[in-house]
Design a protein around this ligand. Structure first.
Ligand code: CA
Length: 233
């Protein structure tokens, strides 16, 4: 058993948080490296040896957005998890614009942070978990995964595999912003979604909404400039 631990770079100027995050990552079987400035973070990230970049957006000097830009230019497929302050949705939207993949808002619980790290690593590894659930509820619809069908009262609709996958993703991420980048990666399987026309996503979501509107509404909200959100926050 000599499997190498995935290296994770943590860029965070607040020492207590940086240490805490590194400790959690080490405990979870990753090999964390912590740095306190954006400049160091960018230099380190560009070595390309990190499986994941955990990036605080609010850094003195070079900001997390700048780091994101610099990393994306050279390493378009680098998974980036951004840390933002609670309640600053604008930061999250801005982070997505700069190419972040996912986010955690501070203060966060250990379990919340670990869940986001694992989800992002799974996606990056191209091993998105097969949905093992048989049925789930979505916007008032009872979704039968095996039958690829949903029921709302007496109304029944058939679902394509892609629609099922999108609904399962939104269901899993309920209340959170799902970026187009994440959708293109998870649902369409694009390695480097940055370069892909995002209208594909919007058209697909539009079709799905129409179908779901035959029930009690789709509950899929557009988050301008970033992506979508299903369900209440
Ligand atoms: Ca900070």
């Amino acid at each position: 058993m000599s499997e190498e631990k995935p290296a994770v770079l943590v860029v965070e100027d607040e020492e207590s948080i940086r240490r805490g995050v590194c400790d959690v990552l080490a405990f979870q079987g990753y090999a964390p490296t912590g740095v306190g400035t954006g400049e160091e973070g960018l230099l380190e990230a560009l070595t390309g040896r990190y499986a994941l970049l955990v990036l605080d957006l609010m850094l003195p000097g070079m900001s997390g957005y700048d780091v994101c830009d610099g990393v994306r230019q050279k390493l378009p497929a680098q998974p980036i998890l951004m840390l933002t302050a609670r309640g600053s949705e604008e930061d999250i939207l801005e982070g997505f614009k700069h190419g972040a993949d996912d986010y955690v808002t501070k203060p966060f619980s250990v379990s919340e942070f670990v869940a986001r790290v694992k989800a992002l690593m799974r996606r990056a590894g191209g091993t998105a978990p097969a949905e093992t659930i048989d049925t789930f509820e979505f916007a008032g619809w009872q979704v039968d995964v095996a039958a690829a069908r949903a029921r709302h009262g007496d109304t029944r609709i058939d679902l394509t595999p892609r629609e099922l996958a999108i609904m399962a993703l939104f269901h899993r991420e309920a209340g959170r912003i799902v970026s187009r980048r994440m959708l293109l990666h998870d649902i369409w399987g694009f390695e480097n979604p940055e370069k892909i026309e995002t209208r594909t996503v919007d058209m697909q979501i539009g079709k799905l909404r129409k179908k779901l509107d035959r029930g009690a509404g789709s509950q899929i909200e557009t988050v301008r400039g970033a992506g979508y959100r299903y369900g209440s926050v």
